[in-house]
Design a binder for this molecule. Structure first.
Ligand code: ADP
Length: 606
């Protein structure tokens, strides 16, 4: 009895069976055995092994499994120990009674007495966990070998698996790739970096993600990306399962784009202007080197509001509104403003920007430049100052000169017997004085406009009458000036200034279109807007010059000495019409004459 107790408590999981085929009666069981099979000693002692554990025909059979009975019979016939391959036999879980998949490793050992098998020791090991691992490993391999991208697994730093796609790609065999063998496929320049990254990931149990070059079996390196996640499923060993995807084509395309972007950046850095790029919402994405040199700012400080701080306080609102207008409408951005230099001084720049569209016609970027125009601006200012002073100083003596000439001529005429040469010279002097007065008066007008001092003195008058009267002054030297349109249009405007515009149009037609002596003037009213147009039949204007005609001091032919003028008439006309909330323009083709027009709103500011 004491021996039986000792026996039961011996380490190991075993039964002692009687060799009484077909029963194989259980005569003893170790505690370990009861534990792993969830049995009680009293329930099984004295019963047949096959009664306690009946056949499980419906359980999936393992191809390696040989029948337990066959093994026991072999012990009887050979009197040798029989080792069974791993054997599946499912057991009910004690809590729920539900069958649980179990794998066993079994040894049947004979105990020989007098040359006969007296007992059989049936030793059992529960190998379910190992077996499950084996099964999941074989599933993993089956799946991994079917995936189109490359798969690898490393335990610690050593590779213990690569899939078929890896072998196909690199030309390395499975065995060649194991351990550190896969290193052979790495580009020599990448090996060290990748190991560092991988070790760092291992130390932090982090995902390892990287991009490197792998030698393809065709002898060329190709870019791949890898991503591997850590697992600690096998005990405490750290395992990484990773995938590799060939991104060579995308990578090369990206490199080409980067290269051309680099070239563009270099180009942008080499030009004298400041260059910037924004996204569609106007947020800055890029400035060239010149910008940083000029402003002394870094990228962060020139975003959004920061950028606005770079403007002179007096220019901020105007520039901001103009920029918002372009962002909203897609119109070209062009504006002059003062920008703060790194020294703190403000410098005049010309800011320009154009939208860049994608294939669907959406604006995706704005490309802009700032050109330093400070020097021109200063020169312009000096010129303006000089003109302002000079024209003021000239005005008074010129007025008295004109008055004196007028009196002198009147007296010569009145004397009746004046020398014809004197008479002619007097007329010519008065004519020249008139021209001079016109020039000085234009310069004074410009000065007033520039200083924001053009003030309108409005009254209501008949436009047709004004135009007709104005034409009378030009009906000399055989000019036929036709006035058509509505006779009864009364407008509220600055009569003298509107007359100045009409006179400038007709005067220009006489001056620049002298090839034809016909001039047609029309006055029309459409939708509460009055349009006055002066059509001549001269040689017309080059379309490239048209956009500048209304600029200050612009003349189509600067060298044309046959016409006097400063290039101010149309500029002044434009300012007058804008001040009246109207529009001004010209339609012309070379050889077809020119049609200068302006519009005025009929009821505005009455
Ligand atoms: P100005 O006559 O003093 O030069 P304007 O501002 O009146 O200045 O005109 C600007 C320029 O526009 C002129 O120099 C001339 O070259 C051109 N121009 C104006 N009117 C005509 C026209 N009817 N036909 C051809 N060219 C014209």
């Amino acid at each position: 009895m004491a021996l039986a107790v000792l026996f039961r408590q011996m380490p190991g999981n075993f039964l002692i069976l009687r060799p009484d085929n077909p029963h194989f009666t259980i005569i003893e069981a170790s505690e370990g055995y009861n534990l792993i099979t969830h049995t009680h000693r009293d329930d099984i002692i004295g019963r047949s092994l096959f009664e306690v554990f009946p056949d499980q025909h419906d359980s999936p059979s393992d191809h390696e499994t040989i029948d337990l009975r066959t093994s026991l019979l072999a012990v009887l016939s050979t009197k040798q120990c029989q080792e069974m391959p791993v054997h599946r036999y499912d057991l009910p879980t004690p809590a729920t009674g539900e069958l649980q998949e179990k794998y066993w490793s079994i040894n049947n050992k004979p105990v020989i007495t007098n040359g006969e098998v007296a007992y059989i020791i049936h030793v059992t090991e529960d190998v379910t966990e190992n077996r499950m691992l084996q099964i999941s490993e074989s599933y993993f391999r089956a799946i991994a070998d079917e995936t189109p991208f490359m798969v690898w697994r490393c335990v610690g730093g050593m590779c213990d698996y690569v899939n078929k796609a890896w072998c196909d790609f690199t030309g390395l065999t499975f065995n060649e790739s194991l351990g550190l063998g896969f290193n052979k496929a790495f580009h020599p320049d990448d090996v060290e970096r990748e190991w560092k990254l991988y070790e760092h990931a291992m130390q932090n149990m982090a995902v390892y993600e990287s991009k490197y070059r792998v030698l393809h079996k065709d002898g060329n390196y190709r870019w791949v990306i890898t991503s591997a996640a850590p697992h600690t499923t096998r005990g405490n060993t750290l395992e990484y399962i990773g995938s590799l995807v060939d991104i060579n084509d995308q990578e090369l395309a990206k490199q080409r784009v980067e290269e051309s972007e680099n070239q563009l950046r270099q180009l942008a850095d080499s030009i004298i202007q400041m260059v910037w790029v924004t996204n569609a919402r106007g947020m800055h994405e890029y400035y060239n080197k010149r910008w940083y040199e000029f402003t002394g700012e870094d990228f962060e400080h020139t975003q959004g509001e920061g950028w606005n701080q770079m403007f002179h306080p007096d220019d901020r609102d105007r520039a901001w509104q103009r920029w918002q207008h372009s962002l909203n409408t897609g119109e070209l951005y062009e504006i002059e403003y003062r920008l703060r230099k790194y020294t703190g001084e403000y410098v005049w720049v010309l800011g320009r920007a154009a939208p860049y569209y994608d294939n669907d016609g959406n604006i995706i970027k704005w490309f802009g430049t700032c050109t330093d125009i400070n020097e021109q601006k200063e020169l312009q200012q000096h010129k303006d100052d000089f003109i302002s002073v000079a024209s003021h100083e000239l005005k008074t003596p010129l007025t008295s000169l004109s008055a004196s000439l007028q009196i002198l001529n009147r007296q010569i005429k009145a004397s009746g017997n004046a020398d014809p040469i004197m008479f002619k010279m007097g007329e010519a002097a008065q004519n020249q004085a008139r021209k001079l007065t016109k020039l000085v008066s234009d310069l004074l007008n410009v000065t007033k406009i520039e200083q924001g001092q053009m003030i309108l003195s409005k009254s209501t008058f008949n436009l047709f009458e004004l135009v007709a009267a104005c034409c009378n002054h030009f009906r000399v030297d055989g000019y036929a000036i036709n006035v058509n349109g509505k006779h009864n249009i009364c407008i509220c405007a600055d009569e003298l200034k509107i007359e100045q515009v009409v006179a400038n149009f007709i005067g220009n037609a006489v001056k620049y279109a002298s090839q034809s002596k016909f001039i047609d003037v029309s006055i029309q009213e459409v939708d509460n807007v009055i349009k006055v147009a002066v059509q001549d039949y001269g040689k017309g204007i080059d379309p490239n010059k048209v956009p500048h005609l209304f600029d200050r001091y612009y003349r189509v032919d600067y060298n044309g000495k046959q016409y006097s003028g400063l290039g101010l008439g149309l500029y002044i006309s434009k300012q007058i019409i804008i001040k009246h909330d109207g529009q001004i323009g010209v339609d012309s083709e070379v050889g077809q004459g020119a049609n200068f027009w302006f519009t005025l709103p009929l009821n505005v500011n009455q």
